[in-house]
Design a protein. Structure first.
Length: 146
C-alpha cells in the first residue's frame, strides 16, 4: 500500500509486501528472543532459541517457495518442479527440523526448550501482519472495497 498523505492508493501492492514484512518481523523476534534468552537464561538457551529461529525462518521461506511452485503447477504454467521433487522437499524440510531438534535435545534440554519456543515465530509474525493490515484498514476503510 502506498500512501499519499495517509490515503491508500494501491492496496494490492501493500498486500504483495506482506511476505517480506513477515520475514522482517520474524527476524526481529528471532534476534530479540535470542538476546533476551541468552541474557536471562544463559548462552545455551540463547543458542537454542537462535537455532530454532533459524530453522523456523528457513522452513517458512521454503514453505513459501513450495506454495508458489504448487500454484504454478495448478495453473499449468511451465513446471518448475516435478511432483517427486516437491514431495521430497516437503518431507526433507521436516526431516531437517526433526534432526536438528534431536541433536539439540541430546545436547541440552534447556536449549531444546528454547528451540521449541522459537518454532512459532512465523505464526507470531503473521499475527503482527494481520494487526498491521487491520490498522491500515482502520486508517483508510475504503481500501477494503478496492
Amino acid at each position: 500500500m502506498t500512501r499519499d498523505s495517509g490515503n491508500v492508493t494501491n492496496p494490492e501492492a501493500f498486500l504483495d509486501r506482506a511476505y517480506p514484512r513477515m520475514l522482517r518481523v520474524s527476524l526481529v523476534l528471532a534476534v530479540a528472543g535470542s538476546i533476551g534468552a541468552a541474557a536471562l537464561l544463559g548462552a545455551a538457551v540463547g543458542a537454542g532459541f537462535a537455532v530454532g529461529s533459524a530453522v523456523t525462518i528457513l522452513n517458512f521461506i521454503w514453505l513459501h517457495h513450495a506454495v508458489e511452485a504448487l500454484i504454478h503447477r495448478m495453473l499449468r504454467q511451465p513446471a518448475m518442479n516435478s511432483r517427486l521433487r516437491m514431495t521430497l522437499a516437503y518431507l526433507g524440510r521436516y526431516a531437517l527440523v526433526v534432526l536438528i531438534a534431536y541433536v539439540i535435545f541430546k545436547s541440552s534440554t534447556r536449549a531444546f526448550g528454547a528451540f521449541l519456543a522459537a518454532l512459532p515465530l512465523p505464526v507470531l509474525a503473521a499475527m503482527c501482519e494481520a494487526a498491521y493490515e487491520a490498522l491500515a484498514n482502520v486508517r483508510d476503510p475504503d481500501s477494503a472495497n478496492t
